[in-house]
Write a protein that binds this ligand. Sequence first.
Ligand code: CA
Length: 172
Amino acid sequence: MSLDASNVLLVEDDPQQPKLLAALLQEANISVLHAATAVDALGLLREKQVDLVLLDLGLPDINGFELLRQFKESPELQAIPVIVLTAWNSLADKLRGFELGATDYLTKPFEPAELRARVRAALRARKLQRELTQANRELTAARIVAENAARAKADFLANASHEVRTPLNGVI
Ligand code: CA
């Protein structure tokens, strides 16, 4: 499945990472936006269309887990997949990440090809989910149109039979 051009938001305070990831993901038609703090990340998410978040956990202003929790509690943001990308490699941290709603969890140092493959997999899943949501919306709209038509027809028939009956009632 080919992917459309996508925007990934990297939330990461290490200044080396954005360039590295931009170079790594560029060939997969993915642009990298960058936020060095949680505050910047939330600002960018309000302004831009973001298809996926790559989230570091050791951030200067907030623990990345707390930011992940905020994302997943926000009705506007919760559908955006989040891949945790961190040096924190304990099992407890990984489990906590998934529990808070992370789509995937990658530890640093990472294999570039693996990171790209996981990002693409998450973007594919997101795309399918969007298409499904869109198809459901269209089905619902079609159902409402059909129901309205059926109701109009029933009303018309009820009125018609009433009009037919009324003069007859007079005769009888
Ligand atoms: Ca960090």
